[in-house]
Design a protein around this ligand. Sequence first.
Ligand code: PMP
Length: 434
Amino acid sequence: MKKYLVIAIKWVNVEFIKNEIQSYFNRIMTKQEIDKIRADFPILNQKVYNKQLIYFDNGATTQKPKQVIEAVSNFYSKTNSNIHRGVHFLSEKSTAIYEKSRECVKDFVNAAHVEEIIFTKGTTDGINLIAQVFGEKHFNEGDEVIISEMEHHSNIVPWQLICEKQKAKLKIIPFNDNGELIIEEFDKLLSEKTKIVAVTHVSNSLGTINPIKKIIKKARKFNVPVLIDAAQSIQHFKIDVQELDCDFLVFSGHKIYAETGIGVLYGKKKLLENLPPYQGGGDMIKTVDFEKTTYADLPLKYEAGTNNFVGAISLMVAINYIQTVGFDKIIEHETQLFNYATKKLSSIEGLKIIGTAKNKASVISFVLENIHNYDVGTLLDKMGMALRTGTHCTQPVMKHFNISGTIRASFSFYNTLEEIDLLYNAILRIKNLF
Ligand code: PMP
C-alpha cells in the first residue's frame, strides 16, 4: 500500500513539475514572437539621429500597433458618422461599433454592467469628473479625502480644487524610503470624516505596485468608496474590478496602445446613478425644456457632447491586440526586462535607483551622481534612446527624496534585453564624458 502511495506521490510531483515547466515555456516569448510583435509597431522601426530608435518612454505613452492605426484609418474611410444621432446607415453603424467598444471594455475589466463604463478623455478627465460630482454631493466642511504621497498631479489637484470649494481637507498616506505606502499610517487616517480614498495602483515615478486590495478592504470597513488610478497598471496586468471591489477606476487609452484622447471611468452603477451630472450638453439629456431638463441614464449621463467615438473604437482594437498577445506573456516578458535592467543598472557605480519597493511594475527611475537628469536625458536622446526625465508630474515624490528629478525607463512587451544592454552601455559612456 505504502509503495503505491509513494509511486502515486512521485507521479503527481512529476506531473506537477512537468506542468510548471510547460506553463513557463508557454509564458515566455520567443525571439520570433518578439520580432513579430515589433513588426506590428511601425514607429519602432526607424532611426533617430542615425541611430536605431529605442523607446523606453512607455509610461508617458505607448506606441500603436498597425492593427489600431489601420482600424482608425478604415473607420474614417468607410464608416465615420456621429453616434447616437441619426437613423441613417453610417450613424447606426458607428453607434453599434462604439457600443461594442463599451462592451469590450466591460469584459476587459470584468464590470458587472455595461452602463458602468463611461468613456472619458483619459485618466485626468475621469478623476476630475468623480472629484467634482462626488465632492459636490458628499463633501461638507471638515470632511476628509485620503490620497497618497506618490500620486500623479492628476490625482492630487482635482481633489484640492473640490476640497477648497467644499472646505474639506486632503489627507496624505506617506511612503517609506523604498517607495512603499505606510499602511499603518493609512489606518490612522481613516475615520468617520473620510469621504473617499483615491490612490494609484502603480506609481508612475517609482514603479511601486500598491496593495490596493488591502486598501479597499480597509476603506470598506468605514463604508468609504475607493477610486483607483489605473493609468500605469491597466497595460501591465489583468484587472478585475469586481474582484478588487473598487468603486471607481480610471485609465487612459493612450497608455494601453490605443489613441490619445480616449479614456475610461468605471464606476459602480449604484454610486454613479446617485451622483449628479458633470458636464451639460447633447447626449446626456432625456428632455430639455427651459423650465426643466431631465438627464439621460448611465452611461450617457456622463458623456456630454460628441465623445471621441473613434478613440473608443481604437481602444477596443488595442484591447483585442493585447489579449491576442496575452497577459501571461506580457507579464513574463516585462518582468524579465525589469529584473534584467534592475540588475544591470544597479551595477553602475554612482547610479541610484529611486523606488526600491518589493513589488514593482516595469518602471525604473534613477539618478546619476553629479549629473543632472536633463543632461542624461539629452545625451541618451542623441544616442537614439527615448527616456523620460524630470519630475514625472509627481513633485511630492521628488520632494520626499530631495531631488530635482529622475531619469525614467518604462518598458513595454515590445522592448528587448538587447535594448537594455545598449542603455547600460550608453550610461557608461555618459559617465565617462563627465
Ligand atoms: N495617473 C498616473 C499614475 C499617470 O502615470 C498619468 C500619466 N502620466 C496620469 C494619471 C494622467 O494620465 P493622462 O495624462 O493620460 O490623463
